[in-house]
Structure formats: C-alpha cells, structure tokens
Design a protein around this ligand. Structure first.
Ligand code: GAL
Length: 664
C-alpha cells in the first residue's frame, strides 16, 4: 500500500530510525522504498556511526554514507542526519583517554558501549566540532537532508555529570567566574558549617565520595556547572550546522524524565525539540517512586498514560516561543516531534513485555493529540548483533514485518490534523528546583518528579489539557497555574506569579514551595521567602512520614510521605490536620486566588484542583480509571489505556483503543 502524498503541515507525519551501517548494502534501497510505501516521511540515521565515517584518525570514509543517503533520497525519504558524538571511536579514546568520564564512585567509565565522554573536555570539544564540521560540509546542502539531530540523548546512562577528569579540572574555574572570590563562594555555600571553607580554588572537587552527604549548595552548583557544559557542547555543534547547512532544522532527542541538565537552557537555539518515547520501559525503569506495583502491573503492556503525556506536554513547551523553523517551516509547525517511538518491546528495563495489541497506535495517537508533528519509530529492523538484539523494530530480525509494522500500516493519518493544543492550565517545572529538592528529599519516598507527576496526573484525571512550562515562562492566558514542587523561587518568579494572580489567574502550589534560596539555603525569614505576601502565611512544621505512618486531614483525606503546616498571616485554612503532632494546624491554605497544599494526598490534591478548575471555569470530567481525553486542532482524542472495555458517556470504549472526535 502506498499512501497518498499530503502536505506535511496538514497532518501528522511518520518516520523511522534506521542504521544502514548495520545491514548489507544490498538492503538499503529496498528498505528505503519499503519505508516510503509504509507512509513514512523521515528517516533518522548515523548517530552512532563515527567509527565508520572516520575509521582512523583523520581518514574519512564518506562513500558508504553518500550511497545510503542517496538510497533514501531516491525513495523519497527525508533524512535526519545526526552528529555522531555519542560514540567516540576506539582510536580517539586510545589517543585521548582524558576525554573519558568518571562515575560518582570516581571510576573511569570505559570504552565499549556509548556516551563515554566528558562534556567539559576541551580535547573532546575540539573533536566534536571537527566531526560536525566535516559532516556539515559534506551533507549540509544535500537535497535529501531535511535537518540535523545533535548527538543522541544527552544524559542517557547517567552521563550528564562526570566526577573527575575534565569536569573536575574545569569546575573550579567556572566557580571562580561565578563568585569572583573564595570568600563569596564560602559565604554563598555556607561553608562555615563543618569547617568546609576553601582557601584555594584548586581545593574544590566535584561533590562526591564525601564521608556523609555533601553540601546541597555544592551539589546545586555542580548540577548547574554540568548543565552548562552540555549547553556549550551542543551550542558549538549548532553554530557549525547553522553556518554550513542553511535552511535545515536542528534538533536534539531528549529523554524520559531526564534530570541531569536544564533542558530549557540546552534547548535554546534548536528549531524544535524531540524526545524518545518508550512507554513500557518508562513505567518499569523511569517511573517516579510512588507508582505502586499493582499500577505497574495494570499498565505493563501500554505504559502509564500520564507518565507519557507529561513528557509530551513538557517537550511541546520546551522551546518557549519556538524556533524559527518550528514556527514557519513544514517540518514541525508546532515545535515538537517524537524522534524514537517504541514500536515493540524494549530491551533495557528489568521486564520487557510485548505491548498490548493496539498499543503502538494508541501511543501514536496520544503523541499527535499532545502536539507532536512527527512520530518516528525506533527502529526499522531489529538489530541482529550487539547490545540491542532483544529490542523490537518494525521488521523482525529476519526482515518480516513485526506486530508494530501492521499497526503503523493500519493507521489513518488523515484523522490526525496538526494544530494547537488548547491548554488553559499550566504546570510549572524547573530543573533547579528539581536539583535542590532531590539533593535533600528528607523522605525516601519523595522526589521532585513524584510530587510533580502526582499533580499532573490529578489534572489529567479531571480531563484537562496541560502545558508543562518553565519557571520563567510567560503566564499570560492561563486561568490556572499549578506549581507542584517549585522549591527554589526567585524574586523575579514571585513577582510574575503575583502579577498572574492579580490578573485573575488561580495559583495552586504544593509542599516545599519557595523553601530554598537560589543558593540552596533556606530563607532567613522562613518559607515562603519572596512569596510570603502572596501566600499570606509562613511555614510552621514539616513532617516526613515513613511508609505506614499517615496523617489525617479534614474532609476525609489522609497524607502519606509529607505533611507541612502553616502559620496564617492573612490566608485562611481550608483543611486542617487531625490527630498526630499537627492536630488543628493548617494543611491547605487559601489567600485570594492562591492555594497551597501542604500534604501528600492524592484525593486532597484532586479535590483542591477540581475546585480551582471549576472556579477558573475550566470544564472538568471525572474520568474512569485508564480513560484519558486530549485535545488538539479542534479534535478530542478519547483513549482507553486499560485491558478491559470501559463504559463511557453512553458507549463502551474497547480495550487499548482510541477514538478521534471532531469538536462541535
Ligand atoms: C534509546 C536510544 C536508542 C536505543 C533505544 C532502545 O534510549 O536513543 O539508541 O538505544 O533507546 O530502546
């Protein structure tokens, strides 16, 4: 079956990740033609092919890649070419072992898989620029090349931070630039505590292998430093690609719940962003704590809808205002793709089930409804060698179509028009808060992602569309702003939140909001620091609850994990604690349009958010378990993520299914 051509800007496009270097050359044309016949538009290649592009130092072999690109071109595929810097070849490591990264135990991470480099290494940076330049010189204007992906999944396999080598050498200079003097650094970090004051820049090491926990301010600055190294590393590649490949887009494929760097900073300068969506692996491997075992079992073959949707809503909004090509060009009118979409089973989670029948279609439809302009499957043919032989592709090892292939073939792409996601609710997300929160969670079951996703999931269970936005994003147009775990609030953020609330928006904050200063200490006048006037209260107590210990709250709710209470200074308590050490103290407070929820309790969070949405005149729906609604471009996607039929609004939604409805 060959699908009719349609304009890329009209409906969802599909793509695939392919590895011509993994198969004999006599397969290339046939694969490309088969991809086109399946209705795929884009093919992403070469992100791990450095060893074949430059088999020996300075000796390039482009002939094979020329022919591969030609094969796709001849079949009408649009090529996304990658800089291959995720895999420095063996000879480069042999000549320059100083490019290797160090783990948190201080051991060198060796050659033999991928991502074995330190972003801060000046030597590696030079090689990264060199290989980017020669690739861009050769392919930058090739008619088949639609655009570029930089590297592959920054941060994958815990590679955002290196604890030795180049990073350790560059860190003190970065600190010197930031603080000017050691006195300023010692003051900012509070190094008087435990006699941690430094007397020379060279005394400062990465925050690892300390006898007990390192200073959280040190941890926070190391996270900022490492993030900045990634930003610089990519910016160097982007500058070269811009110069030599005009008119082509530049993107990067970000990861599921990656915490190691500030994605907003790193994404700046890209045309649009992409991310890699592995729903079943995500649930098994990346799910924040708090997702219960029975929930993992229930969604084992589809992944959890809210974990996936959260990432879509994050990446759709990563480039605020969007890059120029993203806005105007056909490749991504709405600013985001899924670059790698699971299309069978993965190989890297503790358990790797076959997806449910219909799951590949459900994932594709969900990605579309959350704003993706392109969904590109990983990978074309299952690998027949090395680390990923257990991983599915659209084709099996023996080249016969696998289950995912059939599902992709049966998709009706005409039912997926591109256009805006009409979210009126914003959920604020911030990497600095994430680092500060997770440096001292104060409860083994609490993490930044867990708290954030709990609020997100509550909103999604009420049927509303959500923009996940940065702490510096413009709040104009949102009727409800939810800040689940923004523990690090600057004066600038406080003034924008205040303006939004004064302008009529409702604001709902979670526990630990504005607990930290930007340096990682606490405010000397207590929580809520610069938000105190807006919130009309001060923090009174916080209680870290071990599993099995709970705290009752009025209204029939029960807190687990965390309960904090407030001293009222203008605000009113809408819920109070009952029993236990917090008896009678405020658990939820309201001051004008602003509500703060101090306790970890799913039912409480859902109730408060339902009330706020109704006040903000956003229509809510109490959805059955596993049913989700998403809206885009005048259409509503109804999804059933469960393995059972679910009655909904007078009809029955079949298991693992979706329906696209035209809005009236
Ligand atoms: C991704 C990665 C791919 C492949 C895939 C397997 O994280 O970018 O190269 O390894 O996982 O699921």
């Amino acid at each position: 079956m060959t699908r009719p051509e349609t304009s890329p800007s009209v409906r969802l496009q599909l793509g695939v990740c392919d590895y011509p270097e993994h198969v004999p050359e006599d397969r290339w044309s046939a694969y490309a033609q088969q991809q086109r016949q399946l209705g795929l538009t884009y093919v992403r290649i070469a992100e791990f092919a450095w060893g074949r592009m430059e088999p020996r130092s300075g000796e390039y072999d482009w002939a094979w890649l020329d022919r591969a690109v030609e094969a796709y071109h001849a079949a009408g595929m649009r090529v996304v070419l990658c800089t291959p810097t995720a895999t420095p070849p063996a000879w480069l490591v042999r000549f320059h072992p100083e490019i290797l990264p160090y783990d948190a135990q201080g051991r060198v991470r060796e050659f033999g898989s991928r991502r074995h480099y330190d972003f801060a290494s000046p030597v590696y940076r030079e090689h990264s620029r060199r290989i980017t330049r020669v690739m861009a010189e050769r392919y930058g204007q090739h008619p088949a090349v639609a655009g570029w992906q930089t590297d592959n999944e920054f941060g994958c396999h815990a590679t955002s931070r290196s604890f030795g080598g180049a990073s350790a050498a560059v860190f003190p200079g970065w600190l010197q630039q930031k603080y000017g003097t050691l006195e300023a650094l010692n003051e900012a970090w509070g190094n008087v505590f435990w006699s941690m004051e430094y007397t020379g820049w060279d005394e400062i090491r990465p925050p690892h292998l300390t006898v007990t926990e390192p200073n959280p301010s040190h941890v926070l600055d190391y996270a900022r430093f490492s993030s900045e190294m990634i930003r610089q590393f990519q910016a160097e590649q982007v500058a070269i690609l811009r110069e030599l490949s005009p008119g082509r887009f530049i993107t990067h494929n970000f990861m599921i719940f990656e915490s190691g760097f500030d994605h907003y900073e790193v994404a700046r300068g890209l045309d649009f962003v992409t991310w890699d969506n592995y729903p079943t692996g995500m649930l098994e491997y990346f799910a924040p704590p708090g997702i219960r075992e029975d929930v993992k079992t229930r969604y084992a073959r589809t992944g959890h809808p809210d974990l996936i949707a959260f990432n879509h809503d994050l990446y759709r909004n990563l480039l605020e205002g969007r890059g120029a090509l993203g806005r105007e060009g056909a490749d991504s009118p709405n600013g985001f793709w899924v670059m790698e979409q699971q299309c069978g089973q993965v190989n890297w989670a503790p358990y790797n089930p076959l997806p449910a029948d219909g799951a590949v279609q459900l994932w594709t439809a969900q990605a579309w409804a959350h704003g993706a302009d392109v969904v590109s499957y990983f990978r074309w043919r299952a690998a027949t060698m090395a680390q990923e032989v257990m991983h599915s592709g659209l084709l099996r090892h023996d080249e016969t179509p696998d289950r995912g292939f059939a599902e992709v073939q049966a998709l009706d792409l005409g039912s997926f028009p591109v256009g805006n996601v009409p979210a009126r609710v914003a959920l604020v997300h911030d990497y600095e808060s994430l680092w500060a929160y997770d440096a001292q969670p104060h409860n083994a079951a609490a993490t930044y992602w867990q708290q954030t996703v709990t609020y997100y999931s509550a909103l999604r269970s009420l049927g509303v569309d959500v923009d996940v936005i940065s702490a510096s994003a413009d709040l104009t147009g949102y009727v409800l702003v939810v800040a689940p775990a923004i523990t690090l609030v600057t004066a600038e953020m406080a003034s924008r939140w205040t303006a939004a609330a004064q302008g009529g928006a409702f604001l709902v904050c979670g526990p630990r909001t504005a607990f930290r200063t930007p340096g990682g200490a606490t405010w000397t006048d207590g929580q809520f620091g610069p938000l105190s006037t807006l919130v009309g209260a001060r923090l009174l107590q916080y209680d870290s609850l071990r599993p099995g210990v709970t705290q009752d709250i009025s209204g029939g709710h029960t807190a687990h994990t965390w309960a904090e209470s407030y001293r009222l200074q203008g605000a009113q308590a809408t819920h109070t604690y009952q029993g236990g050490p917090l008896t009678g103290q405020a658990a939820v407070i309201r001051h004008g349009n602003v509500t703060v929820i101090g306790a970890s309790s799913e039912s409480l969070i859902q109730d408060v958010l339902r009330g706020a949405l109704q006040e903000a005149q956003v229509v809510t729906a109490d959805l059955p378990e596993g049913v989700r609604l998403s809206r885009r471009a005048g259409h509503t996607l109804v999804q059933n993520w469960t393995a059972e039929p679910v009655p909904w609004q007078g009809r029955v939604l079949p298991p693992t299914s979706f329906e696209v409805m035209h809005d009236q």
